[in-house]
Design a protein around this ligand. Structure first.
Ligand code: 5AD
Length: 453
């Protein structure tokens, strides 16, 4: 988004915390604001309206918001700025936010974004306590106005909310019930995105593979993937996040059949112990999960697999943790996002004893991350000497390096030029670290070694 203030125009700044869903929500909110004549600016100092789109998945994330709001209290006179809190902390804390941070005048959860224009009307007329907190919505927040940040990859929500009630997770309380968008609307939007120049589509949902077509054609999720991948002009399709409970082999058949479906699946396991999985309310066993991994590994292309893991969930024993470590080896993940368990209000486990001490959680997390680092390094080293197509997503001027992404979601750094951003290029891998690769471009006359991970 560009900083394009004109005299007299109202300006806004949105800061986003948390997941891709939140990033995309901010894009939609920005679209609504720009349609009302607000102009985006690069920092809160220049903004008339400051919005915090918040995350409450772990306590730390939620605390961050209040500490930011605290610094504003000192910086700005009351009424100098209009400040709003959006997203999961807004939903969770509700009216409380006005008490804890009196400079806030808008509190709106993600299930109420469809009401944003009306709420903004109230803010603009000077109302200092405007709230949108209803969770009983059955609509998706659809907007043609979305102001997408990334010019190549478009996020597209296909299912919002979540009905799972995993014992640790606050999302059903903050994002409301699960609701799917009809396939015809999704496919129309994909075509429009291609017309706007996007070549990569990332389909989003808390449980993306539980998408359930409300349109009369009743496409399955795998059929939807195929339909999106067949749209001329779309070169890459990703989807996140998949839940193992709803993982079906036809997803792999779709990937086999459609080269545009990326070689990447994010399949959060959370834990390797059946006892803990059951307490978490995940509805699968370690064995069933490993069966799904075998199915993914049987695909014609090598599909990279990433996961989320929580360490130190209520009652997790040393043996349970060993089983999680063993699972890392059994699967051979390409990337792992790992977290210390953080009890959340109103969740099933929120009332249980948080039995693993903080230091032990930290120790387990460090052990797990070190083990995974070694696994990733070994896996990435197997790529040295091979050539891959990357989409150049960025450029680091200081290092004169292009930053590309493979369809398997690996980052490759290689000497390059700013003009390459947005291009698909072939790159040969020359070195590997645990988190990224180094390569050289195979464009005639363009190759030059020397990039660093
Ligand atoms: N504590 C720690 N991690 C959590 N996650 C979700 N809830 C919690 C919690 N209470 C993690 C899960 C999820 C990811 C997005 O965040 O691993 O998949």
């Amino acid at each position: 988004m560009q900083d394009q203030t004109s005299p007299g125009a109202k300006t806004f700044y949105i800061e986003t915390f948390g997941c891709q869903m939140n990033v995309h929500d901010s894009e939609k909110v920005a679209g609504v604001l720009m349609a009302r004549g607000y102009k985006p600016v690069a920092g809160h100092e220049q903004a008339d309206l400051i919005l915090y789109n918040t995350c409450s998945i772990r306590e730390k994330a939620a605390q961050k918001v209040f500490s930011h709001l605290g610094t504003f209290k000192k910086k700005y006179r009351p009424g100098e700025k209009v400040i709003g809190v959006l997203g999961c902390v807004a939903q969770q804390e509700g009216e409380e936010i006005f008490e804890r941070a009196p400079q806030v005048s808008l509190v709106c959860g993600s299930a109420s974004y469809a009401r944003l224009p009306e709420l903004l009307d109230q803010v603009e007329t000077g109302n200092r306590r405007v709230m949108g907190l209803s969770l009983d919505t059955d609509e998706c927040f659809e907007t043609e106005l979305t102001g997408r940040e990334n010019p190549f990859r478009a996020y597209l929500t296909i299912v919002e909310g979540c009905d799972q009630r995993c014992a640790f997770c606050v999302v059903p309380m903050t994002r409301g019930p699960e609701r799917s968008r009809p396939s015809d609307r999704i496919l129309d939007e994909c075509r429009r995105l291609v017309d706007e120049g996007f070549t990569e589509i990332q389909l989003l949902g808390q449980i993306v593979n539980n998408w359930c077509d409300p349109a009369p054609v009743r496409l399955s999720f795998a059929e939807l993937l195929g339909r999106v991948a067949e749209i001329p002009g779309i070169r890459r399709v990703r989807f996140t996040t998949s839940h193992p409970r709803y993982f079906t082999p036809d997803i792999i058949e779709a990937i086999d059949a459609h080269p545009a479906l990326c070689d990447q699946i994010h399949l959060p396991v959370q834990c390797g112990s059946n006892a803990v999985l059951e307490r978490m309310g995940r509805h699968y066993t370690r064995e069933e999960y490993l069966e799904e991994i075998r199915c993914i590994r049987s695909a014609r292309r090598a599909i990279s697999i990433s996961t989320d893991i929580i360490v130190g969930f209520c009652g997790e024993t040393a043996q349970d943790f060993e089983e999680t470590l063993a699972l890392l080896e059994d699967v051979g993940y390409d990337q792992v996002f790992s977290f210390k368990y953080s009890p959340r209000p109103k969740t099933v486990a929120g009332n249980w004893e948080d039995s693993v001490p903080e230091e032990e959680k930290a120790r387990r997390l460090a052990v797990l991350q070190e083990r995974q680092r070694q696994i990733q390094l070994a896996r990435n080293q197997q790529w040295i000497g091979l050539t891959f197509e990357v989409l150049v997503e960025g450029f680091q001027p200081r290092l004169q390096q292009a930053v590309g992404r493979t369809t398997s979601n690996r980052t490759v750094n290689f000497s390059g030029r700013r003009e390459w951003v947005g291009r698909y290029m072939n790159v040969r891998v020359t070195a590997a670290g645990p988190n990224s690769l180094v390569g050289e471009s195979l464009e005639p006359g363009e190759s030059s070694p020397g990039a660093t991970t």
